[in-house]
Write a protein that binds this ligand. Sequence first.
Ligand code: PMV
Length: 350
Amino acid sequence: MTVCEAPGKVYLFGEHAVVYGEPAVPAAIERRAAVTAEPRSDDHVRVEAEDLSLNGFTVEYSGGTGDHPDVDVPTPLVEAAMGYVDAAVRQARDAADAPDAGFDITVESDIPLGAGLGSSAAVVVAGIDAATRALGEPIDRRELADRAYRAEHEVQDGQASRADTFCSTMGGAVRVEGDDCEPIEAPNLPFVVGFDGGAGDTGELVAGVGELREEYGFAADTVESIGDVVRTGEALLADAVAEGAPGSGSEPTGDAEPPAELLAELGELMDFNHGLLSALGVSARSLDSMVWAARNAGAHGAKLTGAGGGGCIVALDESDATETALSFTQGCEDAFRAELATEGVRVVEP
Ligand code: PMV
């Protein structure tokens, strides 16, 4: 039995624009999906999922997601979860050159599904890692990130950037621009997440931005402006690291916080980024009200994270004020501090 777990992420900057070749900077957070893989003697795949915001379901199937599981939970969520596990198993079989390998798979996750925190990427990354290791054919991180991207790309009909899967594999903050993915150094930023209990339809939201971009030059300019925000934010992070901002090196830094000026500037850029995403039609009333609650509570900045339409916002606040304000905000189901996950995917049981 092999167990691997991979982190979710927040977008500091750049979701949606990354689909059109602009850079994005996601950061991994300490909320993880754990996948257990146990090889079987036949070619079947049995999946058991718990804590996926789905009440838990168990299903046995031998091939594709077309075999509809007989469980009493919302169909699109089950199909989505099944699709990702299925694609991860296909990648693992391919990597290990074991086309008939069967598995008992268990998925446990404390990352809300489809809410902009990279739940599917974490399941795919941990799933491929666990399944290849269970077959005695572990793959290196670059290949893992690449295969996880291909799995997501396939399930999401070609509408996926490398951002989520690369970030979940590597941990820490990363920079993604097209096929170019690199870990970057970043201070340990005080992320606070607000979750509205819902989920957006990533495919629909990505398609919506695509249509706007085709129709209006100013929508295309908005996408480019998001790229400018990301480049400005990246330069701030790089300067802070060069100046030795607390939390930015590989040394443990205890409770040291990044300088207030850096947080203020990053926060301003996050506010700007949220405005541009809003102009592209991917925010929602619940997300806007959480963003404003965070700002009014004194957060340095706040924005939606991920595809939008519903799900999560991320704010920067080293005090407890934003978390408290969010917990009293109508429409906010959960508010929590999210620590940067400096370690990406890891083996829990070899
Ligand atoms: O909602 P999430 O975590 O799947 O993020 C989607 C981010 C997009 O930029 C909208 C799409 C992508 O694949 O990069």
